[in-house]
Every structure is written in structure tokens, then in C-alpha cells.
Design a protein around this ligand. Sequence first.
Ligand SMILES: Cc1cc2nc3c(=O)[nH]c(=O)nc-3n(C[C@H](O)[C@H](O)[C@H](O)COP(=O)(O)OP(=O)(O)OC[C@H]3O[C@@H](n4cnc5c(N)ncnc54)[C@H](O)[C@@H]3O)c2cc1C
Length: 335
Amino acid sequence: MQVKENVSLKTYNTFGIDALARHFAAFRNVEELQSLIAENGMPALVLGGGSNLLLTKNIDGLVIKNDIKGIEPIQEDDNFYYIKAGAGENWHQFVMDCIHKNRAGVENLSLIPGNVGASPMQNIGAYGVEIKEVFHSLDAFHLQDKTVVTFSAADCSFGYRESIFKRKYKNQFVILNVSFRLDKKPVYHTSYGAITEELDKMGVKDLSIQSISQAIINIRSSKLPDPAVIGNAGSFFKNPEVPEALHQSLLGRFPGIVGYRLQNRNVKLSAGWLIEQCGWKGFRKGDAGCHAKQALVLVNYGNATGKEVYDLSEEIVQSVAKRFGVTLEREVNII
Ligand SMILES: Cc1cc2nc3c(=O)[nH]c(=O)nc-3n(C[C@H](O)[C@H](O)[C@H](O)COP(=O)(O)OP(=O)(O)OC[C@H]3O[C@@H](n4cnc5c(N)ncnc54)[C@H](O)[C@@H]3O)c2cc1C
């Protein structure tokens, strides 16, 4: 295990921000992680696939990349497969492995960038499904106590793009592996977005997890900017949840406002719509911009600094607050 000095993180984050790590090392198991910390002290940043963070400065400390691999069945009963995956496994490849083996439940989460280890961090979700629905447990290394702790779903306090690891336990644990409970009898989720239309377009007659996954891959590829082509971290902001009363008053002033009612009677507004109404869609300042097709996605056209992207996000937050009285919260982790 080599600790390198002054490493550019440009290829380690999908925004393509050229920040430096004072020290950088990858680890493949918990023993390597332990000796890295024993010899170099606490990490300043734990990296997965770098697809949900914005580096606003050089990291004057140790950056560690989780490269723990392996996908293994751990248990099986009449209804479910229980599968453990190393935190360093690529998420989409894990999904493809499940689909190939007819393990259902993650097909709607196809093509989300990043690694397995970060998937519970923000309870990744797309097309009507969140990881909490298939989550079984995870093992995480406590950096202070140097112990491995197992978390059940209840322990993780999952919410919309939220978990205990983003709040109370922020920067305290390194997730080592995640176990999933996957269905033997698939339950299809096709009502969200354009899944049904895409399945029709594909000429699918009999639904399968394979066809749903392919439909989602098609939709995502046509809608979302590919980080390999243009730097981004997907949705930069969360969709804000507002009380029904505020939604009603906004509806009076902005009849086209996009939102949907939640079970708790609050309304989740489309952050993309709010941003677009403030005129940001397609905006560009230097190399930092707001994507021309997806207002929710901030982009780096090449050489933007993290600070420039952050400053743009701040301008967006302020203009949305001024116009609608709604405060946008960032989904991307600001480092
Ligand atoms: C084009 C695009 C589309 C996207 N679409 C979606 C989407 O549909 N739904 C969605 O939910 N997300 C989406 N995202 C966001 C992103 O893919 C997910 O949040 C993903 O889970 C991040 O994984 P990562 O490995 O890249 O995490 P990173 O960006 O490396 O890390 C994210 C955070 O988790 C921490 N972390 C990472 N690994 C560990 C670990 N093993 N232990 C402890 N802490 C860790 C990091 O320190 C950081 O704070 C999208 C991103 C892009 C670029």
C-alpha cells in the first residue's frame, strides 16, 4: 500500500475538479485501512467513485480511496437472496450482476454512478426506488474506536437523500461492505417518469428486471450529461419539501409550479423547475455552468474550480429564495 504525495484528484471526481491531495492511498481491506490510519493518522476524506462531491479546495491531509471488492451471497430463503458487496465495487456493475443472476430490486437504480459503499450514505434513489428498500445491513469501521460496527436499516435513519452517515455520524465511519436483500419474485416499479413509454418504445411485451433496467439505462443516457464528457455530480440540489399552505400560496402566484404531494401532506417541489424559472438553465460563467437540458445539474465545462461551481450554486440558492421563498439544500457533498 503506497501513500503518494501531492496527487491530483481530477480523475477521482466526476466534476473533474483539479484539487490536490497532500497524501493519497487506496486500501483493499480493513487491515490495510487500519494500518494506513495507524501510520498516517486520520483521513481528511474518504473517496468512493467521487460522483457526489465538490472539491472546493486542496486537501491538506490524507485522502483514502475505498477499493474493497467482492460480491458474495450470504444467505437465501424462500423469498430473498442476501448479497454482500464490497464498498469499492462499482454500483452499476453490482446492479448488472444482480440482473444477470435474476436478483430483483435494484433494476430501477441502474446506471447511477459511484460505488456500493456510498450508496447508503445518501440512500440513493431513482425512478421510484430507494436503496433503503433493498438494504439489509452494512459493516463500517469506526475511525476513533478502531472497531467494526454493523448497522441495520433502522440504525441508518434513512430519509430522502439522507442517512445517519451524513448527519450524526458524519466523517466518523468508513463503510466497508453493504448487504442487500433482493427479491426472488420481482415487484416491478414502472409508474415513475417515462419508464412505461420507454418500454413501449422498446416493444417490450413481458416485463422483466432486464427490460426495466434497459429502459432506465436508455432514459438516463438520453437525459443526463455523461461525466466522462462534461464534469458534473448529477442533481446538485435536493427537491425541497414545503408545507401544503406554502404550496397553495405559491400555486396562486405560479400556476405552473411542479410538485407532488407526500404522505405527510407536505409537497415536494421540483428544484429543477424553480431554478429554471429563475433563468439559470444553460447559464455559464467561465467554465462553471448550469446544464442546458437539466437545470438541476451544475457542470464543469473543463477548468472550473470547485469554488467557482460552489459560488454559482450559492447565487442559484439566493435567487430561488428571493423569488419563491424556498431554500434549496445541496445534495452534493461540499468538501
Ligand atoms: C450523472 C450522475 C447521475 C446521478 N444520478 C443519481 C441518482 O439518480 N440518484 C442518486 O441518488 N444519486 C445520483 N448521483 C449521485 C451519486 O452517483 C451517488 O450519490 C453515489 O452514491 C455516490 O457514490 P460515490 O462512490 O461516487 O461517492 P463519493 O462521491 O466518492 O462520496 C460521496 C460521499 O460519501 C462519502 N463516502 C464515499 N464512500 C464512503 C465509504 N465507503 N465510507 C464512508 N464514506 C464514504 C464521501 O466522503 C462523500 O462524503 C448521480 C451522479 C452523477 C454524476
